[in-house]
Design a binder for this molecule. Structure first.
Ligand code: HEM
Length: 315
């Protein structure tokens, strides 16, 4: 009998999903197969010192940590207009001593549209653009939603996704649960969220229509010329019975929340082409952090590796 891959490891499905992403968005050699349009920035993370009893993770103690930050649009099309109604990404690599880093890869919606790799595959099939209209067939998407009741919240979030005034005026969520481990090896499941210190601000469709196709990048350059851009890292702690394996579900809003620190984005990186080669990976952890049992986490790492390997060899 041939050995079975461990749970959460789906090498062929990861390849198939990247092929499908290329089909849905178009193939743009050298670019990420999702979140293709984006740019990298320098930053620093200032831990609050308030969570060190819950995790030994080095970036969540007391010392400031240099960071690389990337803002992006969700699409795999690097020429997509910024005024489109779609999710945005905020990825952060925290650079720790010894050349070690750990990443937080977040989007501007609190839940995802699929709970398992197989469901993601089915979602991508349902989201395939019609050859005549160039848009997904609403009837096929509706069927996916009916067959996957858990996807309802994520699909509604996609539909209602705001057109932001700025990358600096959106909330971003890690969507999955992660696990913190402290000095006594006690474990706490957590969910991360970046809160924009500039407040949440979005555009009406009319105001968005007047914006330049690249206004998000241009606006951020202006904002950074006048000072830094800041986000607060808020962390929700799981309560008894909260599921840690389902990125389509929220935990109750009354769960304890802590502030883990502040991110200051200070300017654009000098060598943008080199920085864009970087792969942000939600499963790149350091001691004091563990993955939850969410099957999508391990799967994302495989999908991103396929996308990264294709784009860095220029295909
Ligand atoms: C199975 C589901 C998913 C698939 C197939 C997928 C696919 C991808 C791919 C192919 C990339 C480009 C990777 C690279 O070349 O470096 C990417 C990037 C990204 N994904 Fe996902 N993704 C999934 C789930 C999610 C979820 C749940 C989130 C929410 C947190 C998310 C947020 C992001 C962000 C923010 C980036 C940009 C990373 C960067 O700045 O480099 N993705 N995704």
């Amino acid at each position: 009998m041939s050995p079975q891959p461990p749970t959460g490891v789906h090498p062929q499905l990861a390849v198939d999903v990247v092929d499908r992403l290329e089909w849905v968005s178009g193939l743009y050699p050298g670019y990420r197969r999702a979140h293709a349009k984006g740019a990298c920035y320098r930053g620093v993370f200032l831990p609050s010192g308030k969570v060190s009893t819950l995790t030994t993770a080095a970036h969540l103690q007391v010392d400031p940590v240099p960071a690389t930050v990337r803002f992006s649009n969700f699409s795999g099309n690097p020429y997509i207009w910024d005024r489109s109604r779609s999710a945005r990404g905020l990825s952060v690599s925290f650079h720790l001593p010894g050349g070690v880093s750990t990443d937080l890869v977040m989007v501007s919606q609190p839940v995802f549209v699929a709970a398992t790799p197989q469901d993601m595959w089915e979602f991508l099939q349902a989201a395939e653009p019609d050859v005549f209209t160039g848009s997904p067939d609403p009837e096929v998407l509706r069927r996916y939603a009916t067959e996957h009741a858990e996807s309802f919240r994520g699909l509604r979030a996609v539909k209602k996704t705001p057109i932001p005034v700025s990358y600096a005026t959106l909330r971003y969520w890690a969507v999955h649960a992660f696990v913190w481990v402290n000095r006594r090896l006690q474990r706490t499941a957590v969910r991360y969220r970046w809160e924009p210190e500039a407040g949440v601000q979005q555009l009406t469709d009319e105001r968005a229509a007047a914006k330049s196709p690249n206004y998000l990048h241009e606006e951020l350059a202006e904002r950074l010329a006048n000072g830094s851009v800041a986000f607060t890292l808020r962390v929700q702690l799981a309560g008894p019975g909260d599921a840690t394996d389902d990125c389509t579900a929220l935990w109750p809003a009354d769960r304890t929340e802590l502030t883990a620190g502040r991110l200051l984005v200070t300017g654009e990186v000098e060598d943008q082409a080199k920085a864009e080669q970087r792969m942000f990976d939600p499963t790149r952890l350091v001691p004091g952090l563990e993955l939850s049992d969410d099957p999508m986490l391990a799967f994302r790492a495989q999908v991103y590796a396929v996308s990264h390997s294709r784009r860095t060899r220029g295909s």
